[in-house]
Design a protein around this ligand. Structure first.
Ligand SMILES: C[S@@+](CC[C@H](N)C(=O)[O-])C[C@H]1O[C@@H](n2cnc3c(N)ncnc32)[C@H](O)[C@@H]1O
Length: 221
């Protein structure tokens, strides 16, 4: 990751938008809640936990949540935010600096109830995404869920990635490449070890909200 320009671009983004924390939890995590509540157990990982707003919501709902983010600026803001929660709530949360794929690969097999990923898979390469999805399937218990949200391929800014976070407000010149997702691309990722529970298009914001489950009788991929 030494010459990876993505973490500094996200650092700059988070330094710019820190004041937006009061925005509260995302619509996506509210949508995801019933699926997470249907999972075996309450141990969650949020990959790309950012400023911690969704982590805070999930902690308030009674989950234990480990967040990982490769932006040290995001982790600094998230730690500050988690410290404002009631002590018994923040005690179930932990956030650290790390790369999502490497972090998930290091988790014990079958140890997690759920994984949440909000708008970060866009900036992964194809091999990184494949490795992450396989790693999540491995780390989940049978019946565990993966809740993820990506931008669709009709997004009006797909031709202007310089305006999409983390490029928005970031350094000009070196633009972080983005993938915008077709439904078939979402289906191909689900096939890396999951059954599809729900895929909900959000045309007004150009997101796909996706809920996948690790089969109870797991089929080797
Ligand atoms: C859209 S933000 C998510 C924000 C967070 N869920 C929230 O509500 O505040 C995406 C986050 O993913 C992180 N990220 C992107 N790629 C990553 C990777 N490969 N490993 C770890 N974090 C990553 C970015 O640093 C950024 O903080």
């Amino acid at each position: 990751m030494a010459d990876d320009h993505r973490p500094p671009a996200w650092d700059q983004y988070w330094a710019t938008v820190e004041g937006q924390l009061s925005a509260g939890p995302s619509g996506f995590v509210r949508w995801a809640l019933p699926y997470l509540q249907s999972a075996p157990g309450t141990d969650l990982v949020e990959v790309g936990s950012g400023a911690g707003r969704d982590m805070g919501f999930l902690l308030e709902q009674g989950f234990s949540v480990r967040g990982v983010d490769f932006s040290s600026e995001a982790v600094r803001i998230a730690r500050q935010f988690l410290a404002t929660l009631a002590p018994d709530v923040s005690a179930r949360g932990h956030v650290e600096v790390g790369e999502a794929g490497a972090y998930v690969a290091g988790l014990p097999e079958g140890s997690l109830s759920g994984v949440v990923g909000l708008v970060l898979y866009e900036t992964f390469s194809d091999p990184e995404r494949t490795g992450l999805f396989r790693g999540i399937a491995r780390a989940l218990r049978p019946g565990g869920v993966h809740l993820w949200c990506v931008r669709d391929d009709a997004h009006p800014l797909r031709e202007k990635v310089a305006m999409v976070p983390p490029n928005q407000g970031g350094p000009s010149g070196r633009v972080v490449e983005h993938t915008f997702f077709a439904r078939s691309h979402c289906d191909a990722l689900t096939s890396l070890g999951f059954e599809r529970v729900a895929l909900e298009p959000r045309p007004e914001t150009h997101y796909f909200f996706v809920a996948d489950r690790k089969p109870v009788a797991s089929v080797p991929q």
